[in-house]
Write a protein that binds this ligand. Structure first.
Ligand code: ARG
Ligand code: ZN
Length: 874
């Protein structure tokens, strides 16, 4: 049941061409598949059987080279179709029947609202027809779609449309041909009553491409931003990487029921509608950014994923880590680079570091899996992205670009491993990256313990860096990693000092990339006149935990003077962390807890500094989140964390109300909202100031929220006012939530936000509210976005209420996972993560969470997805 990386063997047969015919119907779709096979092993006397993958299929007929295959020549098994001793070259024609309407797993061909669509990554194609459903089997596809003209006037598949026409009985057909060889996971079909908006794009070599976004009629006016983002992404990939688009048409379809964010099917991306649809009234600034990012991500896959794909699923990060890195860079170029970096580091540290520290920790390139869908993880995607970023830092921008060019030159059209990518980088950069490969194979977050020594006599300063990495499942010992540590040195006035490494002669600039390769190493800087303050891991150059004993003065210096925005922000976070963890200890010891004056002062300084970019200021004003704080504790105490963080928020709100109001005033909206008005930083600052004022309490703050709610012309400000109200034990809470619901009840995306706001309210009655919302007519357990907005938000973004000592939160989540298990295993498995952290809590909570995991494991008919995570968690 467990698949191991080391067991990889080349496929016994290859497929050269695939011809598919679909008679589309929601209740019963017939699929005829004509596959031309060629033997790929030394045949000898006894050729190996052909074993095709298949799930939930009804086989109707099977022909080999045109002749019906006798029953004794094949077997249909639970998850495969086996043909003994086929010839060396042959054409197999398989006819199967599938039922999209009952496909609630949303993998394969399924119905979403009025349309039929597919999701084939990772192993959904086998739910459409029998096939060698693995990424190293690449073929050229021709697809004929037939369907009812009224129900599905639009019939789409990959590649270029070659023919379409009428059929009897109100039906019609379309034929699509994709000239590029592709693995089955990139196959897609969409059929439905859709409208589209379109644009033209001329590539750098002068080819004309049609861009089309398909949606249901009611969403026609919500696609403009996605279309614009697509053109921007295409231009960006040409400019930054010299990559241009390769088909005549690029289509994006928005569907409401989707397990993940989006899918990069060749020429026909299928998207979760939340990453396509936006209007100025209904979408927040963050929504606009997320759309740009995901549109970019899927577009960039065309080269990093589609033209060059993965040999096997262990190599998933080959395409995902690299494409995450590319979409991060795209967003950084379109928005504010420092603020984007901060946001990415925040999500990495709160979610990926936690994954790396728990029972589900796995390397960026896992060694084994039971269900591959469980490895579409923060580690494979986001740590994978950090690994690519480190290569860029080691090679420099130019070297990295050369490496990318070489990678495309060598491997276009192939299915390769991570090794081939890293080798191209090593060859282009003239570097040895063999030790660097450990990042792909060792799990766990490394810790850098930094100490220093100052020798006034010789003016030399020694930094000693010791790296370690905690054990993870199956990996008790770790070898040292090769990593870039970008750093600088500041004097007490905050000047950046020229860096001269002992033995190197003249200083070279004020910033260096120190390369770590050994467990402990020292770097001696000379020619200094006083003890410097080290500025370490600038731009978060390595995805590690950094341990250096900064004093409060050091932190203030870095916060106000460092040249690296990430370090400036981080210094503030470290200060806040120290403050909050101190209060946590006070609460736990029953001591009087009080926020320090110096902390208030440093917040005052931030608020008084008018030169700061507003979006950066908003990040600097945001305290570390409760889950990140939890990660810092040996035994997590959710109530103490919540109480301590709230105390800081309330104190800031009270003591700095004048400053907060002043900053808000300066950011007051002056003109009607436009998503691209350049004021999103201002809106962010506004929101955070309002939340501090609200934390301090009082009717004035409530009135201010209500006023903002009434006058807001955009979703960012509306939610900025509504979120604090949803967490306020005041009559205005239900009033505001009710008004909001009445206004937006027809808009799925907005109603998702309405569910999440209530699920993440820190008020003590939240569990009851969540249970009531489960019964709300708008709650639909089969819709992944709705499940995420209620079940996911409550259990993953409301630590204090989910971990209520009574265990009610755990019971609730266990119930929902079991419900989902029977409907959509992928989503059920996604909901399980909070339970995987059970060992980090006190004995009573451990017991309660363990009981839920055991209850889940005892369920008859548990899906592979859920089984694997529950079993590994225990
Ligand atoms: N390749 C897609 C992306 O990164 C994710 C699709 C994964 N889907 C799944 N069911 N595992 O954009
Ligand atoms: Zn991706």
């Amino acid at each position: 049941q467990t698949i191991h990386q080391k067991d990889y063997t080349v496929p016994d047969y290859l497929v050269e061409t695939v011809e598919l015919e679909f008679d589309l119907d929601p209740g019963e779709t017939r699929v005829v598949s004509r596959l031309s096979f060629i033997c790929n092993h030394e045949r000898g006397a006894s050729p190996r059987p052909l074993v095709l993958d298949g799930e939930e299929l009804t086989l109707l007929s099977l022909k080999l080279d045109g002749a019906e295959l006798a029953p004794e020549r094949y077997r249909v098994e639970e998850e495969s179709l086996v043909i003994d001793a086929p010839p060396e070259r042959f054409v197999l024609e398989v006819t199967t029947k599938i039922n999209p309407a009952t496909n609630t797993a949303l993998s394969g061909l399924y119905a979403s609202g009025p349309m039929l669509c597919t999701q084939c990554e990772a192993e959904g194609f086998r739910r459409i027809t029998y096939f060698l459903d693995r990424p190293d089997v690449m073929a050229v596809y021709t697809v004929t779609l037939r369907g009812d003209k009224a129900a599905c006037p639009v019939l789409l598949s990959n590649g270029n449309l070659v023919e379409k026409g009428e059929l009897p009985d109100g039906r019609h057909y379309a034929v699509w041909h994709d000239p590029f060889k592709k693995p089955s996971y990139l196959f897609a079909v969409v059929a439905g009553d859709l409208v589209h908006i379109s644009d033209r794009f001329t590539t750098m070599s002068g080819r004309e491409v049609t861009l089309e976004i398909y949606v249901e009629e009611r969403n026609r006016d919500k696609c403009e931003h996605a279309l614009l983002s697509l053109a921007n992404a295409m231009r960006w990939d040409e400019e930054k990487f010299g990559r241009e688009y390769d088909l005549d048409v690029y289509m994006v379809v928005a569907v409401d029921d989707f397990n993940m964010g989006a899918m990069e099917n060749k020429g026909l991306n299928v998207f979760n509608s939340r990453y396509v649809l936006a209007s100025p009234e209904s979408a927040t600034d963050d929504d606009y950014q997320a759309i740009e990012e995901v549109i970019g991500h899927e577009y960039f896959h065309n080269w990093t994923g589609n033209r060059i794909t993965c040999r096997d699923w262990f190599q998933l990060s080959l395409k995902e880590g690299l494409t995450i890195f590319r979409d991060q860079e795209f967003s950084a170029d379109m928005q504010s680079r420092p603020v984007k970096r901060i946001a990415d580091v925040k999500s990495l540290r709160s979610a990926q570091f936690a994954e790396d520290a728990g029972p589900l920790a796995h390397p960026v390139r896992p060694e084994s899996y039971v269900e591959i869908n469980n490895f579409y993880s923060m580690t494979v995607y986001h740590k994978g992205g950090e690994v690519i970023r480190m290569i860029e830092t080691l090679l420099g921008r130019e070297g990295f670009r050369k490496g990318m060019d070489l990678y495309f030159e060598r491997h276009d059209g192939q299915a390769v491993r991570v090794d081939e990518f890293v080798q191209a980088m090593a060859d282009a950069g003239g570097r040895d990256l063999s030790q660097f490969m450990l990042w792909y194979d060792q799990a766990g977050t490394p810790v850098l313990t930094v100490t220093d020594a100052w020798d006034a006599g010789s003016g030399s300063y020694t930094l000693t860096v010791k790296q370690s990495c905690p054990p993870t499942p199956g990996q008790p010992e770790k070898k040292p990693f090769h990593m870039p540590l970008v750093m600088g040195l500041l004097d007490r006035e905050g000047n950046e000092l020229p860096l001269a490494l002992a033995g190197e002669g003249a200083p070279s600039g004020t910033q260096r990339v120190l390369e770590l390769t050994r467990e402990t190493e020292s770097f001696v800087f000379t020619g200094l006149s006083s003890r410097p303050v080290p500025s370490l891991n600038r731009n978060f150059s390595a995805p590690v935990k950094l341990d250096y004993p900064y004093s409060d003065d050091d932190l203030t210096l870095l916060m106000t003077r460092d040249s690296d925005p990430f370090v400036r922000w981080e210094a503030g976070q470290v200060q806040a962390l120290k403050q909050i963890m101190g209060l946590v200890a006070d609460f736990q010891a029953g001591r009087d807890a009080r926020v320090s004056e110096s902390f208030i002062e440093s917040f005052r300084r931030l608020l008084d500094d008018d030169r700061q970019d507003r979006a950066f200021l908003a990040e600097a004003l945001t305290l570390p989140g409760e889950s990140y704080l939890a990660e810092q504790m040996e035994v997590i105490d959710p109530s103490a964390i919540h109480a301590a963080r709230e105390l800081v928020r309330a104190t800031v709100g009270e003591r700095l109300s004048a400053e907060l109001l002043r900053v808000r005033q300066k950011c007051a909206p002056a003109a009607p909202y436009r998503p691209d008005d350049g004021l999103s930083g201002c809106r962010r600052v506004n929101t955070i100031c309002l939340s501090y004022l609200m934390a301090a309490g009082g009717q004035d703050a409530i009135d201010m929220n209500m006023a903002q709610l009434r006058r807001s012309d955009n979703m960012t400000d509306t939610l900025g006012a509504l979120a604090p109200l949803a967490g306020c034990a005041c009559p205005e809470r239900d009033e505001a939530l009710g008004l909001f619901y009445d206004k937006w009840r027809g808009d799925r995306g907005v109603i998702d936000k309405w569910f999440s706001l209530q699920a993440t309210s820190r008020l003590p009655d939240t569990m009851d509210r969540v249970l009531a919302l489960l019964e709300h007519p708008d709650f639909d357990i089969r819709n992944p976005n709705r499940v995420r907005s209620l079940v996911g938000a409550f259990s993953q973004a409301n630590q204090v209420r989910f971990h209520d000592a009574s265990g009610r939160g755990y019971r609730f989540l266990g119930d929902q996972i079991l419900r989902l298990n029977a409907i959509n295993p992928q989503i059920a498995a996604r909901m399980l993560t909070p339970f995987s952290r059970w060992r980090r809590f006190d004995a009573a909570r451990q017991e309660l969470m363990k009981k839920e995991l055991e209850r889940i494991l005892a369920e008859p008919g548990l899906a592979r997805d859920v089984y694997e995570l529950a079993e590994k968690s225990l």
